[in-house]
Ligand binder design. Structure first.
Ligand code: ADP
Ligand code: ZN
Ligand code: ZN
Length: 681
């Protein structure tokens, strides 16, 4: 007897195949089974799906093809996992197959049965359990855990920096695992950088064999290994970045999303999903508890905790008897010497720290030496030939590098336009800041006569594998006096000797056209402040310095008091008046084309054909506009904002719009994409 199956396959981004395809099989394979099937000239990995096969798309007059094989050693993907994929595909307006297959390790399709059996055997051979002792919990940590125990959530753990949120996660995971011999927990962090430190803490507590990592920094064999361990249940804890939200975990009981406010949880290509939002949905589907943790929650989550949709748990105090928050010092740059990078006050404070053997952290959101190189006699600037952006000057290898398309060249000896040899850097990035600080502190010596040690940490200095860990180890060991870096250094790290944090150049975000810029700046500054004074014995002397031309801005008023709720209330009021998220809902339609005209013309055509579609009268479609960086790698980019006061209306409209978008042709159009709940508009 032959069975007809619905199978989801990895469809290309603009294929009109949205759902599963029909195939024939000799064996009755249950939904979730992994199979290899022919698709065009290729053979691809597919997942047997739930739809009745007569609903699966297949031309009746074409003979159905049989599946080529099934990965029988692997248990079918669970119903909850399939439901999560189905939801994501519908909500984020992407193909089912694309979402399903992106959630699986790439190597799965290359395995033959023999290799697979060997892998599974190796996975099953793991289980030993060594546990390090947990510290005595503080009263507020105990209360938080009791609250989590007593209710079903989702929970917003609003815990100050250094309040011991990680310890709460560790206990919540231990509680979940203790309740059921198979139970699994998923713990997510926004950045790969933060995984080693957290992984070490989880391994120490739960044993090596119980914990696996999942992130894009892993090799394909490593990813397969982790995936199999999670899917078979041998790994009880999965620790990963946003991709881990799709990990197959048949006994998932708890999901933790650490630093839930972090924009890195939003995928910016392919299916543009928010792993934070999907985590909440997944918890609902699986009946798993969800804990979102942050000292500066996203305004979406904060609002949900105000309305009671999320249960808020507060941990306002830092761990340790005398642990206080760093004092915030604002320096009015209008009163400083022109062109001063460091005000004399800030420089003095850094010197005091050096004299006391404490560390300082200075951050600036621009890597490289200078953002632009310019000719002093004509108006030549280091523009990128392929993008509407300047190439950044990197002094270390005397290159001009485009941070958008990657185009790099050696710095010309003279101006390419007028031949003038005097071409000069304009503005500064971390590389130049490090150099400048080195000059300013050149004469300072430690008591033992040693010079001041400055280190830099940014995407350039940490490119090589292992270099980040090495640099962090140097900071932790006290071999660095001043750490200069991009916002990378402000996130999550548990530095123990830093007592001063300084933000240079924070002002641009105050007047940005992006309505989320103030939220992001406040969060960045408060998180950065949180790196200082984490050791209770030094906390009293810790400081956060902000150099600004707008010291009276209300954002700084709230920062001074470490008062997130006041800041959030003020922002939410503005958002409500303007109908912005979380009070309104947004999506972007983006188009890439050979010319800006073609990109906009596609968007306008799509807009014209929207009239009369489902819920059209409940959405607002704005005009097509060029993106902020309009051209990248010689591709012109444009976008169009769609807004509604109702999430459901926006969803229904977007779904009805899909066929129109697929059918709209425009000469020169390269690709288009819908971004639901975009983070930058
Ligand atoms: P957060 O994630 O809230 O910023 P962490 O979980 O990193 O804070 O905790 C801050 C520091 O306090 C860490 O070094 C951690 O080991 C320590 N810590 C947390 N809880 C306790 C506790 N109950 N007793 C002693 N030290 C603790
Ligand atoms: Zn010139
Ligand atoms: Zn470029």
């Amino acid at each position: 007897m032959t069975h007809r199956l619905a199978v989801v396959v990895p469809t290309p981004a603009h294929s009109t195949i949205a759902g599963p395809l029909s195939y024939l099989s000799e064996l009755p394979l249950s939904p979730g089974s992994l199979v290899r099937v022919p698709l065009g000239k290729r053979e691809v990995l597919g997942v047997v799906w739930d739809l009745p096969s007569d609903q699966a798309q297949a031309a009746q007059d074409i003979e159905l093809k049989p599946v080529a094989g099934s990965l029988q050693g692997i248990a079918p993907l669970g119903a909850a996992w399939r439901q999560l994929v189905t939801f994501s595909s519908a909500y984020y307006q992407r193909g089912l197959g694309e979402v399903a297959l992106a959630g699986l390790p790439p190597q799965l399709r290359d395995l033959n049965t023999v290799q697979l059996a060997r892998r599974l055997k190796r996975t099953a051979a793991a289980h030993d359990h060594v546990t390090a002792a947990a510290p005595e919990l503080t009263a507020q940590q105990k209360q938080a855990l009791a609250d989590i125990e007593a209710a079903s959530g989702p929970f917003l753990l609003f815990g100050a920096t250094g309040s011991g949120k990680t310890e709460v996660y560790l206990h919540a995971v231990a509680d979940a695992l203790a309740r059921d011999a198979n139970a699994q927990a998923l713990v997510m962090v926004p950045e790969i950088n933060l995984t080693p430190q957290l992984q070490a803490r989880f391994v120490e507590r739960f044993g090596e064999a119980n914990v696996v990592a999942m992130n894009s920094g892993m090799t394909n064999p490593q990813r397969l290994k982790s995936w199999l361990a999670a899917h078979t249940g041998t790994a009880r804890i999965v620790l990963g970045t946003r991709m881990a939200v799709f990990a197959s975990m048949p006994h998932l009981r708890l999901i933790v999303v650490d630093e839930e406010h972090d924009p890195s949880y939003k995928q910016q290509e392919g299916a543009r999903y928010s792993a934070r939002d999907l985590a909440v949905m997944r918890g609902k589907i699986e009946g798993a508890k969800v804990i979102l943790g942050s000292a500066t929650p996203s305004l979406e989550s904060w609002h949900a905790s105000e309305t009671g949709r999320y249960q808020r748990i507060e941990m306002p105090a830092r761990v340790g008897q005398h642990a206080v928050f760093p004092a915030v010092r604002l320096v009015d740059m209008n009163l400083q010497p022109k062109k001063a990078v460091f005000s004399p006050q800030l420089l003095g404070a850094i010197q005091e720290r050096i004299a006391r053997g404490e560390q300082s952290l200075v951050f600036l959101n621009r890597r490289g030496y200078a953002p632009v190189l310019a000719c002093t006699s004509c108006d030549w600037k280091s523009e990128c030939p392929n993008c509407s952006a300047y190439r950044v000057f990197h002094k270390i290898d005397r290159s001009l590098r485009c941070h958008h398309c990657g185009f790099a060249e050696r710095v010309p000896r003279s101006c390419p336009v007028c031949g003038n040899v005097d071409i000069a850097p304009v503005g500064r990035g971390t590389e130049r800041l490090e150099e400048h600080l080195g000059e300013l502190l050149a004469d300072i010596r430690h008591a033992d006569g040693q010079p001041v040690r400055i280190a830099r940490m940014d995407a350039d200095s940490t490119r090589l594998k292992g270099s980040l860990e090495e640099q962090l180890a140097r900071v932790h060991a006290g071999d660095v006096d001043v750490l200069v870096g991009t916002q990378m250094v402000t996130k999550g790290h548990d530095f123990r000797r830093i007592t001063l944090v300084a933000a240079l150049n924070a002002d641009s975000a105050l007047f940005s056209s992006d309505f989320r810029a103030p939220e992001r700046l406040f969060s960045l500054l408060l998180q950065a402040a949180g790196r200082a004074g984490r050791d209770a014995t030094q906390a009293a002397a810790s400081e956060m310095w902000v150099q600004t031309f707008h010291p009276t801005h209300p954002l700084f008023g709230a920062l001074r008091k470490h008062d997130y709720p006041t800041f959030a209330a003020q922002q939410l009021k503005e958002r409500q008046q303007a109908g912005m998220p979380p009070f309104g809902f947004q999506a972007l339609l983006r188009a890439d084309a050979r010319t800006q005209e073609a990109a906009q013309s596609f968007l306008n055509a799509a807009s014209e054909q929207a009239a009369g579609l489902a819920d059209f009268d409940r959405v607002t479609i704005y005009s097509a506009v060029p993106m902020t960086v309009q051209r990248v790698a010689n591709v012109e980019r444009a976008q169009m904002l769609i807004e509604s006061q109702h999430r459901i209306a926006l969803q229904r409209f977007l779904a009805a719009w899909q066929p129109v978008l697929h059918a709209t042709r425009e000469k020169g159009l390269i690709r288009w994409a819908v971004d639901v709940d975009p983070l930058t508009i």
